[in-house]
Design a binder for this molecule. Structure first.
Ligand code: GLU
Length: 311
């Protein structure tokens, strides 16, 4: 199987400069190691009409190209169902009937880490399951046999995190992100995962799941996020942060690409030109604060100002 990296956006809205910077990094990591670069749309959840096309257009506009066609998770339910069936056959799943609130309010198991599923439905009898199933459709959880797992990350070194009985299929029937991402990466031959470091805490769960499914664990590189001026994670409400917003402020896609490359200590111009100097070890390890752009957008509905004395 080919060796590949990828970018895997969720089509929930427009990409902002933080997402675009992560995409550039994923592309640079893959291309600098002679890997293919694949595009996977993670549309199982939170997909908004039109968002995918806009995201792909923006990625192409800053020079992030990909090999082959775009893969969509909604076309791959059969793969996820197959893997869940495989885990179920090995006794590694159970049905869970808890509401979010019940989980929050349940006393946590002794020594269980904060936020871990308390195990309420793990050891129900058949009769209890039948009774609960009549009241609520079940989610499917992994029957984990470990408490934590250590993964290796190119930028973070060894990272140890919680592996609880996490959800594989939600009770509305939608495959959970942690299962889909593991199955897709393995099935697509992705052996290098570059993404925002907000996902580092999920990585031990994913690596453990890959090992249970006899799938290879990819190389991980979790890259720093982009922050707003207040030090919070950049979001759409932070002003002109998408290519469309920035175009209104007369900032072109090429200029955005160059601003993002400069933030990584890389030369301006086509991404291919940055490959010669790209060195993962030299990458900044701290989050980068989006400097913002002086934007003078006309306020909606307000007519242009004229000299009041002349009126
Ligand atoms: N779809 C996820 C996101 O947009 C990224 C998942 C991943 O890269 O593993 O946050």
């Amino acid at each position: 199987m080919t060796s590949a990296g990828r970018f895997a956006p969720s089509p929930s809205g427009e990409l902002h400069v933080g997402n675009l910077r992560t995409a550039i990094l994923a592309w640079l990591f893959a291309r600098s190691t002679a890997r293919k670069f694949l595009m996977r749309v993670e549309d199982l959840d939170r997909a908004r009409a039109g968002a995918e096309a806009g995201q792909l257009r923006d990625l192409a506009a800053i020079g992030v190209g990909w090999d082959g066609g775009v893969v969509r998770q909604t076309d791959r339910e059969h793969l996820y169902a197959g893997s869940i069936a495989q885990l179920a056959a090995a006794g590694l799943t159970y049905e869970c009937y808890c509401t979010r609130r019940e989980i929050q309010e349940a006393p946590s198991a002794p020594h269980a880490p904060q936020g871990a599923y308390p195990g309420t439905c793990r050891n129900l009898t058949d009769a209890e399951r039948a009774a609960k199933r009549a009241t609520r459709p079940p989610a499917v959880r992994l029957r984990s046999t470990v408490a934590e797992v250590t993964v290796q990350d190119v930028l973070h070194g060894g990272y140890t995190g919680v592996v609880d009985d996490f959800v594989l299929r939600r009770n509305d029937g939608v495959t959970a992100y942690n299962l889909a991402v593991v199955v897709d990466d393995a099935e697509q031959g992705i052996d290098q995962v570059v993404r925002g470091d907000d996902l580092l805490p999920s990585t031990p769960r994913q690596a453990y799941l890959a090992s249970l499914l006899n799938m290879p664990v990819p190389e991980y590189a979790h890259v720093p996020l982009v922050l707003n001026a207040d030090g919070a994670r950049l979001a759409k409400r932070d002003g002109a942060v998408t290519l469309a917003d920035l175009a209104l402020a007369s900032v072109t896609a090429d200029q955005v690409r160059d601003i993002l490359l400069a933030s990584l200590g890389l030369p301006p111009g086509r991404l291919e030109q940055a490959l010669a100097t790209f060195d993962p070890v030299a990458l900044p390890r701290d989050p980068w604060v989006w400097p913002g752009v002086p934007v003078a957008l006309p306020a909606a509905g307000v007519p242009p100002r004229t000299d009041s004395r002349g009126a």
